[in-house]
Design a protein around this ligand. Structure first.
Ligand SMILES: Cc1ncc(COP(=O)(O)O)c(C=O)c1O
Length: 393
């Protein structure tokens, strides 16, 4: 019996592409450490200095009351300028931040239009909404337009506004949200757009500012949100937009007013991460080299990687639960490859989704080792090898 093969697995050792799992070296493809900053020596040093200089308690209290600092404010100003917005506000966590943004921005007369494959933090934010919401089919502009029409009719009756919510990069499929096309719909409909760019911040666009930079529609995004948990390899998040909107959030977001501010060591560490994100484009170039080589190799070997147009690399296989568990075990135990596996109900029955997250810390040798292992695994799956295997979870 292998302990914690699938649930609550323990990855040990220095964070990076090579970690210990159940005591053995594994090549890891499941960390959102896009730029490889998690274990960067300068980041480790900044984190350690932050803890030594301030301790974990500092600053005490919520930002509005007693928990503010010049470093929190400096980080906010620099983030705002980088993502092309007049102002920004730090949030303690991405998940609760998004829930709270939706809760604060919207009242019962307002109408929300959102993408069907939105992240749980958006869905849970919607649960707080007392008014109406309309969902459009994932990344489907026709469906989006139809829902905007319905929302417009309703908003005319209630006197409210319309907020459209989508992701910049969808973390499961790797598809970019169609920001530019959606923003073009503003010519026909009166709405504002909130973008969750958790995966796009630091990875997409010429400077890494995000998916709105990539798609050349920075000004069209009204409220921009990103977490520090992905390319920044930290904790926390931020929201950026017009000064008036961000000020409103600053004084109304319950998750920030009634919770302690981000600890100073994290803020100091984030400042260093952000400095590296901006000053080292080579990290993003490396991420794209690893992603494109991996995706090209998988396609050449006949794997279905869906519609990804970003670094997120899904591999869609056909098989039942038994095969999914057996092949994951085979990949982990016999090839030392650790990637995340997704099965029904997240994907339809009979589909197995293996999700690979390339990072700037991976090497081309890591890619080759993975492609070789996947080739063998793919052949075994086709030959029915995993059907008979019994796997302890
Ligand atoms: C699209 C998206 N939004 C928000 C979050 C939540 O971010 P955090 O981990 O900072 O709570 C995630 C992380 O999984 C995400 O993928």
């Amino acid at each position: 019996m292998v302990a914690r093969l699938f649930f609550l697995p323990r990855l040990e050792g220095d964070i990076g592409p090579h970690m210990l799992f159940n005591g053995k070296e594994h090549l890891v493809w499941s960390l959102n450490n896009y730029l490889g900053l998690a274990n960067h020596p300068e980041v480790r040093e900044a984190d350690a200095n932050g803890a030594a200089d301030y301790g974990m308690a500092y600053p005490m209290g919520a930002r509005m009351m007693s928990g503010n600092s010049v470093h929190h404010e400096e980080l906010e100003n620099n983030l705002a300028a980088f993502v092309g917005k007049p102002d920004a506000f730090l949030l303690n966590y991405g998940y609760q931040g998004m829930v709270s943004i939706i809760d604060s921005l919207i009242n019962r007369n307002d109408v929300i239009v959102y993408d069907a494959e939105s992240h749980a933090c958006i869905i849970d934010g919607l649960r707080m909404h007392m008014g109406k919401r309309f969902v459009y089919q994932h990344n489907d502009l026709e469906s989006c337009e139809k829902q905007l029409e319905r929302a417009t009719r309703l908003a005319e009756q209630t006197g409210g506004g319309i907020l459209l919510i989508t992701e910049g990069v969808f973390g499961m499929s790797g598809a970019q949200g169609k920001l530019k096309e959606i923003i073009a719909l503003k010519k026909k409909f009166d709405f504002r757009i909130l973008v969750d760019d958790a995966h796009g911040f630091g990875t997409m666009g010429k400077t890494g500012a995000g998916t709105h930079e990539e798609q050349d529609c920075i000004d069209g995004v009204d409220v921009y949100f990103a977490t520090f948990a992905k390319s920044m390899a930290g904790i926390g998040a931020f929201v950026a937009g017009e000064k008036e909107v961000i000020d409103y959030l600053r004084y109304n977001m319950r998750s920030q007013i009634f919770a302690k501010a981000l600890p100073m060591p994290m803020v100091m560490g984030l400042k260093k991460r952000f400095e590296l994100l901006k000053s080292k484009p080579q990290l993003r170039e490396k991420l794209w080299l690893i992603s494109s080589t991996l995706q090209k190799g998988l396609k050449e070997r006949g794997f279905d990687i869906g519609v990804t147009n970003t670094m997120v690399t899904p591999v869609f296989l056909k098989g039942e639960l038994q095969e999914a568990t057996a092949l994951t075990r085979d990949l982990r135990e016999n090839y030392g490859i650790f990637c995340s596996i997704v099965i029904y109900p997240v994907v339809p029955k009979g589909v197995i989704l293996l999700r690979l997250i390339p990072t700037a810390a991976h090497s081309l040798e890591d890619v080759q080792r993975t492609l070789d292992a996947y080739s063998e695994m793919g052949e075994k799956l086709k030959a029915g090898y995993y059907k008979e295997k019994k796997v302890a979870v």
